[in-house]
Design a protein around this ligand. Structure first.
Ligand SMILES: *[C@@H]1O[C@H](CO)[C@@H](O)[C@H](O)[C@H]1NC(C)=O
Ligand SMILES: *[C@@H]1O[C@H](CO)[C@@H](O)[C@H](O)[C@H]1NC(C)=O
Length: 287
């Protein structure tokens, strides 16, 4: 009898392990870990959806635009980074999992204490879909959907962000706290900061050169950081009383100073879901 009980509980135990393993192997997005929020700098295994866009223009490389990975094959990015007035796209490839912007891609980057991050990946683009109403003069609808030639290898330093949950479709984007992360002009390593949002008219009254529009949101950085265009802005998705993941709110399209504070403008992704769905394979939305 005892023997049987042991066998049964062993079976239950291994079943539980299997269930857990299965869960871990589910396609993941928007990994959130509360512990990571205390450090001011981003660590390699957070905000892993930040992507660097590689543009080739007359043989020269320009790597100062970012995008955001939304599935294994799809990246969203500001169109003005690589679309010329004749609508030709100059984007060539993307770099995934970059933690140090000055370190070479394809080899592990190691910190001075010996801790190493998986190599960043380079993947060529197969398609660039520019929003049909993108206006290169006013930069309205500044959005392109990039399709990769092969699947991104997901892991510790590469993961898609979740798309906005439908139940938040009509929530206000004013008076919220989000997080922006990415590579920056001033530092080698990936950075992050909080953003507190304001109304468009308020932001414009603080700096009338800030690029805004009916499909944008804006706010102040908690820590002034010179992120490259395209740095993704994410919100925290709460289930019950628990934060379960990050989801995509937008990406940076402009930054300006307001005295010593940094004011940033973001394209609001939720206004473009139809266009994004039409041009991508399998987006991930968490219930
Ligand atoms: C980033 O990588 C470059 C090139 O390998 C290196 O010189 C630099 O020290 C690294 N930066 C940091 C902060 O580790
Ligand atoms: C958001 O608003 C639209 C238009 O009023 C409505 O059709 C939709 O059901 C609303 N969605 C949610 C989740 O409240």
């Amino acid at each position: 009898m005892l023997g049987r009980l042991v066998v049964i509980s062993f079976l239950l135990f291994s079943l539980a392990i299997e269930v857990q393993l299965e869960k871990l192997e589910e396609p993941e997005c928007g990994f959130f870990d509360e512990v990571q929020m205390v450090a001011p700098e981003a660590i390699p295994s957070e905000h892993q959806w930040v992507v660097r866009i590689v543009v080739v223009d007359k043989g020269a490389l320009d790597n100062t635009c970012l995008g955001v990975l939304v599935s294994k094959r799809t990246v969203l990015a500001p169109a003005h980074c690589f679309v010329k007035f004749n609508r030709d796209a100059k984007a060539f490839s993307v770099h995934l999992g970059v933690h140090n912007k000055s370190a070479p891609v394809g080899v592990p980057f190691c910190f001075s204490n010996g801790y190493c991050v998986r190599p960043a990946q380079e993947i060529r683009l197969s398609e660039v879909a520019v929003h049909p109403e993108f206006d290169p003069k006013t930069l309205q609808n500044n959005l392109a959907v990039l399709t990769l030639q092969q699947d991104a290898k997901l892991g510790q330093n590469v993961m898609p962000i979740c798309m906005p949950p439908p139940q938040l479709a009509n929530e206000t984007l004013v008076g919220q706290t989000f997080v922006v992360a990415g590579l920056s002009y001033w530092k080698d390593l990936k950075q992050k900061t909080w953003v507190t949002t304001h109304s468009r008219s308020f932001c414009q009254s603080r700096n009338n050169k800030l690029l805004t529009g009916s499909n944008t949101l804006c706010g102040y950085h908690t820590r002034a950081e010179g992120f490259y265009y395209g740095a993704p802005l994410v919100g925290m998705q709460v289930k019950g009383h628990v934060t379960q993941n990050y989801y995509l709110v937008g990406f940076q399209i402009d930054i300006k100073w307001d005295n010593k504070r940094m004011l940033a403008s973001f394209l609001a992704i939720r206004n473009y879901l139809d266009f994004i769905h039409k041009n991508s394979d399998s987006l991930i939305v968490r219930p």
